[in-house]
Design a protein around this ligand. Sequence first.
Ligand SMILES: [Zn+2]
Length: 274
Amino acid sequence: MNEIYLGAAVLCMAAVLFLESLSPLHAAGAPLRRWARNGALSVLAVGTTLATPLLFWAVAGPLGLTMQGGLVQWGWPVWAQWVLTFLVMESMAYALHRLSHAMPWLWRLHAVHHSDVELDATTTHRHHPLENLVGALLTLPVLIALAPPPLAVLAYSLVALAVATLSHGNLRLPAWLDRGLRWLVVTPAYHRVHHSAHRPQTDSNYATLLPLFDHLFRSATPVPPDGGRGLTMGLERGRDARSQSLAALLRAPFSAAAAPVAEAARPRAARDGA
Ligand SMILES: [Zn+2]
C-alpha cells in the first residue's frame, strides 16, 4: 500500500508540474529554493501524511477486518459501501480541515501549509510533520469503528491525492472548464481562494474533493472573475526569507514570538480586535 500511494504521489506531482510548465497561471520566480524547502518538508511529513490510510491498513489485519471490510457484515451492497466510504472520508477531511482553522493549536500546525507565499504542486505536501500525525490520530478511531473496505479507503486516498495535487497547481484552466468543474470537484481556482492571505478567504473553501461540503455548511467563497490570479498567496505575516527557512517552519508552531506564522494563529476575533 505504501508503495502504491508513494508512487501515485510522485506521479501526480510530476504530471501537475508538467502541466504547470505548459499553462501556468502566473510566472513562478526562481522556484528552486522554494521547491527544495517544500520537498524537504514533504519528505519529513511523508510518513505522517500517509498515516491515516496506512495505519488503518496496518490495524485492519490484527483487528480481523477482511478485504471486504466490516460494512459487509451490515449487509450493505458493495457499491453502497464504497459510496459511504468516500462520503465518510471526505466529510472527515472537511471537518478536520475546518477545525484546523478554528482551533488555535491546530492552526499553528496547519499554518505551515498556508505560509507558502506561492502556490504550486509542491505546496500539496508542505505540511508540518506533526499536523498529519494529529489528523491521523483524530480520524483513525472513526475508521476503525466503521471498518470500511480497505480498498475503498485506498481508492479515496488516491483520488483525493490526485485532486489535491491538481488543485494546488499553478494552472490556468479555461475559465468555462474551471467554472463547470468546480460544482463537482475542487479546482485550482477554487482552492486558490483558500490559500489567499486575506483571512476571510483563507477560512473558506475547505473541501478536498467535493465542494458540496462547503456549500452544505456555508463555507464556500466565490472564485473572483480572474480565477484568483490577483490574490496574494500565503499569510499576512512570516513572508520574509528567515521565516520561510526549513528550521523556522519546523519551529513555527511552537514559537509565538519568533515565528510570524504562529502570529496568524490567534483567533480571528482577537486579530480583528473584537
Ligand atoms: Zn487550509
